[in-house]
Design a protein around this ligand. Sequence first.
Ligand SMILES: Nc1ncnc2c1ncn2[C@@H]1O[C@H](COP(=O)(O)OP(=O)(O)OP(=O)(O)O)[C@@H](O)[C@H]1O
Ligand SMILES: [Mg+2]
Length: 319
Amino acid sequence: MTTLEALHLRKDYRVRGAGWRAAHLKAVDDVSIIVRPGETVALVGESGSGKSTIAKMLVRLVDATSGTVTLDGEAIGQGRRATKRYRSRVQMVFQDPFSSLNPALTIRHQLTRPLRIHGIVHEAVEEERELLRLMESVNLSPAKTILAKYPHELSGGQRQRVAIARALAPRPEVLIADEPVSMLDVSIRLEILQLLNDLKLERNLAVLYITHDLATARHFSSQIVVMRAGRVVERGPSDAVILNPIHPYTQFLVRAAPDPKSDPWIVDPGRYLGHPEVIVSPVNLELTQDNVSLHWARSWDDDAAVRAMLEGLGSGQSG
Ligand SMILES: Nc1ncnc2c1ncn2[C@@H]1O[C@H](COP(=O)(O)OP(=O)(O)OP(=O)(O)O)[C@@H](O)[C@H]1O
Ligand SMILES: [Mg+2]
């Protein structure tokens, strides 16, 4: 029963600038996200918009430049012990099931490790029971046969199920899934997403689902957060964001999604710029637990960027 609350996360990367001076890239620029138990929040946005950087900060694979992450309001301590404890509570499923599993180790070995490291099991009988339970929870059978295999002996879908089982091993409360099905065959994507959804409901997990796919974002999530260039440009209840996107970039994404039944969006600058919820930058949205669900918190590009975008969309509209 854990709420993940990330407030005002920033990540600057030093990159080589023009000439000799180092430049800073604002990979994530003041992003706040709250995920509650039993809820999936989808994080969408173009390539390079900072989604994976957020995921990595949330599981402590990279340090945030600034911002806070709390679990049920509790600040997370620094140091190895605190990080280990935190990682047992917040787990990640990566995009690529081929590189996220160690090719030299059997499935049994890969699942046993987190069980031991996080002190879930203390003796052999218990360990065996827990392994079988994990395999069953991700619908991998026959469990004993698959436990004895190496990753290369499994299909992509089976591997991703193993990766999910491994993430579940420490009994996490929060699951971060960074494009968990984009490397998989189209035919099995939905069943993996359905599995994640079932696990969320069974275990009351808080799930952050990172994806490029608006259709599954809408289907599996109660809230959609749209990012562009390191910032949140729009967020709200999933249906509302998809059916009535307000930011031009969200409209662009929705229109680009292949849904033959949908009408093309007519971008109406008046509606956008005159919208009562529009907050023109500088953005300083204090997100509390309440106002995320009660209203659509939005942050925006500056006026000039928005106008340029509207003009760009307007001219593409004729076809
Ligand atoms: N270690 C790093 N050093 C420097 N820049 C980085 C580093 N990691 C990421 N970046 C940059 O940060 C920005 C955000 O990258 P990120 O991987 O978070 O995007 P993303 O939204 O996950 O994209 P995609 O949809 O392609 O996965 C990009 O411009 C990327 O090049
Ligand atoms: Mg990414």
